[in-house]
Design a binder for this molecule. Structure first.
Ligand code: NAD
Length: 319
């Protein structure tokens, strides 16, 4: 079987092995594929594996040998799944692989806001401690989380993982989700309405998927309902936030700080208002990317293709 991976670099920049795929066929891996090279590179391929490279109806139609599409991610919106289905081609994704890493990263953003460890270390290396008249100093207000309330919007796998770490730090959890699993409630975790969560939380962390109903859920009206000095975290999807509204609230001090791993357009555009907003930490969509998570993703992607070859496809999103 001829297998082509069109954009393998972010999954495996060199610290993992493609050997699982190599065992299943004749493998070609491209780090990245520009739009005008897709058709040429998948010519004659039976299995095409992508991460973010689009596979349109036209591209699929132009590859008569194609039998299988694998996605190295959970989201598969880059593939025309209906066009694939019409040809009887299964599109297989990775439903979950990085829950622990993404929950950990949400709290890492929060701890960075609370302590600015990286910047304090840089300041020490720059000589500021050596020349300090006092025995210690800090360049930002430091924040203790014990006893504070974190509001989690979207209490699924990652939301619950984030909550468990927050509880270990002594935080109380308020959760808002369309579907409440009351068995998860405890002395330190309660479901509530969105408005109540907005009004009572010291920290608000977004963990719902991007749907029409959640797009722009953080906007000037919802921010107005929050406590003054609230902290906002988002490592779910950028469009959950109306970025100009958050930038305005950061600049006015209504929102004390934000920690973001995702933005509305990725890579970020130079004119994104959050780049110049006060107290805004932005990382380049890396919550998912520890080696352990990428290895899990690789293992499931290989298993998906193996199961397809055995006539028992799994994780099919267009059945
Ligand atoms: P999940 O499906 O387990 O949980 C999502 C939860 O959101 C569910 O409980 C669902 O009921 C809830 N929800 C859906 N619509 C809602 C609404 N309108 N209001 C409130 N809650 C709503 O998914 P998960 O594995 O926890 O992942 C959550 C999100 O994390 C993903 O959708 C993705 O956007 C994001 N993510 C980001 C990265 C990264 O690297 N930054 C990696 C993986 C996932």
């Amino acid at each position: 079987m001829k297998i082509v991976i069109l954009d393998g670099y972010t999954e495996n920049p060199g610290d993992l092995s493609w050997e699982g795929f190599e065992k299943l066929g004749d493998l070609t891996v491209y780090d990245r594929t520009p739009a005008d090279k897709i058709a040429e590179r998948i010519e004659g391929a039976e299995a095409v594996i992508i991460n973010k490279t689009p596979l349109s109806a036209e591209t699929i139609a132009g590859c008569p040998t194609l039998k299988y599409i694998g996605v190295l991610a959970t989201g598969y919106n880059v593939v025309d799944v209906q066009a694939a289905k019409d040809r009887g081609i299964p599109v297989c994704n990775i439903p979950t692989y990085g829950t622990a890493a993404v929950g950990q990263f949400a709290i890492a953003l929060l701890l960075e806001i609370c302590h600015h460890i990286g910047e304090h270390s840089q300041s020490v290396h720059n000589g500021d401690w050596e020349s300090c008249v006092d025995w210690c100093y800090w360049n930002y207000p430091l924040i203790e989380l014990d006893g504070k309330t974190i509001g989690i919007i979207g209490f699924g796998r990652i939301g619950q993982t984030t909550a468990r770490i927050a509880q270990a730090l002594g935080m109380k959890v308020l959760a808002y989700d369309q579907y409440e699993n009351k068995s998860l409630e405890s002395d330190t975790m309660k479901y509530t309405t969105l408005d109540d969560l907005l009004a009572k939380s010291d920290v608000i962390s977004l963990h719902c998927p991007l749907f029409e109903s959640t797009q722009g859920i953080i906007n000037k009206d919802s921010i107005a309902k929050m406590k003054d000095g609230v902290i906002i975290l988002n490592n779910s999807r950028g469009p959950l936030i109306v970025e100009q509204d958050l930038a305005d609230a950061l600049n006015s001090g209504k929102v004390a700080a934000a920690g973001l791993d995702v933005v509305s357009t990725e890579p970020i555009h130079g004119d994104n208002p959050l780049l110049k907003a006060k107290n805004c930490i932005i990382t380049p969509h890396i919550s998912w990317a520890p080696k352990e998570s990428r290895q899990r993703l690789m293992d499931i992607a290989v298993d998906n293709l193996e199961k397809f070859l055995a006539g028992k496809p799994q994780n099919v999103v267009n059945s």
